[in-house]
Design a protein around this ligand. Structure first.
Ligand code: SF4
Length: 364
């Protein structure tokens, strides 16, 4: 999906880190309680340190909704997160994304036109009223609205099992998007096998499947993935164990199943944080998630050895777009009375996305 962020003025791009820090601090002070800066765990430190609240995307969106005094919510994360915050916050609250090019490559692997086309193709093969669509939180608001309209729900990496269990109590089949790995890992966790799961590839007619495969599958998994978490491989687990006997390997469920099945623990960013914090002093932990979060954990938990499962791991390229110059620009524009990069979800999509999110909350 193409989103255009105009280049920043030189005044920002050429400013020194110290100058930017002073400008952000001054703008933040000037905006006072009307400003709320939200920081996802994967943000770089120069941005993360300014956050009034940190966490995963759903937690941050709810935090914004619970803080009515804040009219300007600056979401240091990616586009779908800002959309979720706009869906959940009140009309007087404005959600701002400091760089419009901060999308999510996984979320962009399923767009609403492709999902509607897939739905029509599945409806031509099987009883569509027995198919429940489930979308991961990491998806556009239009997809959350789609599942809301069609009797489905949103899930997070923490509650995917509960949501899929609910879905299969209401239908015979689930169309799960956009992350095939979270869907597959959850399916295996629930006792399903490869034979019960098929990958729906939106670039091919009928998802690249035979009609019989669509009819027989319990879980149709959209062919999407997180470019960060898919990089972790079983070879990294083997290397960590060879180099650090006794190491505990902790990974995110967006990793591929061959990594998840040999890891010691699998959980969301919040669970990973808790596990690392709860590990005894001296523990050695190889963590399979975004590098900024791993490095921060290593600093905060200095009595343990915490390192990235992949020594060559890259940061999330889109999260990385939010930097001190964009944050300073966004805040100084607000001080000047101008709202830049506001993220607005249309009222119909917002209403149905709220339905899908509320179903998730009712289930879990
Ligand atoms: S880490 Fe993966 S899922 Fe998260 S924003 Fe980056 S690409 Fe998207």
């Amino acid at each position: 999906m193409l989103r255009l962020q105009a280049p920043l003025p030189d005044d920002y791009t050429l400013a020194s880190p110290d100058a930017l820090e002073a400008r952000i601090a001054a703008a933040k002070e000037s905006l006072g309680d009307r400003l709320l800066i939200l920081g996802h765990h994967y943000q770089r430190d120069e941005v993360f340190k300014w956050a009034d609240a940190v966490g995963d995307s759903f937690k941050l969106a709810r935090f914004a909704a619970d803080n009515h005094q804040a009219t300007d919510i600056v979401f240091c994360g990616v586009h779908f997160m800002a959309e979720s915050a706009d869906v959940l916050t009140a009309d007087h609250q404005r959600v701002i994304l400091p760089d419009l090019n901060a999308g999510c490559s996984m979320a962009d692997m399923a767009d609403i036109d492709q999902v509607e086309e897939a739905w029509d193709e599945i409806a031509a093969i099987t009883a569509i009223d027995r198919v429940v669509p489930i979308t991961y939180m990491n998806s556009a608001a239009a997809l959350k609205a789609f599942v809301g309209r069609h009797g489905g729900a949103v899930c997070t990496s923490s509650n995917a099992r509960a949501v899929l269990t609910w879905a299969l109590g209401h239908g015979d089949k689930v169309l799960f998007f956009p992350d095939q790995h979270l869907g597959r890992n959850t399916g295996f966790d629930m006792g399903y096998t490869d034979a019960d799961m098929r990958v729906w590839d939106p670039r091919h007619d009928c998802g690249g499947l035979e009609e019989r495969e669509v009819k027989d599958a319990t879980l149709l998994l959209w062919k999407g993935h997180c470019s960060v978490h898919q990089r972790f491989r079983p070879e990294h687990v083997a290397a960590a164990r060879a180099e650090h006997p006794g190491v505990k390997v902790i990974v995110h469920p967006e990793c591929a199943h061959d990594v998840v099945e040999i890891a010691d623990r699998v959980g969301s960013t919040e669970r990973i944080q808790e596990w690392v914090a709860a590990a005894p002093a001296g523990a050695v932990l190889a963590v399979g998630t975004e590098i900024h979060m791993v490095q921060r954990l290593a600093r905060e938990q200095a009595d343990k050895t915490v390192f990235s499962l992949d020594p060559l791991i890259c940061p999330c390229a889109t999260m990385f777009r939010i930097d001190a110059p964009h944050l300073a620009w966004t805040l100084e524009e607000l001080v000047a009375g101008r709202v830049v990069n506001r993220i607005v979800v249309g009222s119909d999509d917002a209403e149905w996305a709220r339905v899908a999110l509320q179903r998730m909350l009712d289930i879990t």
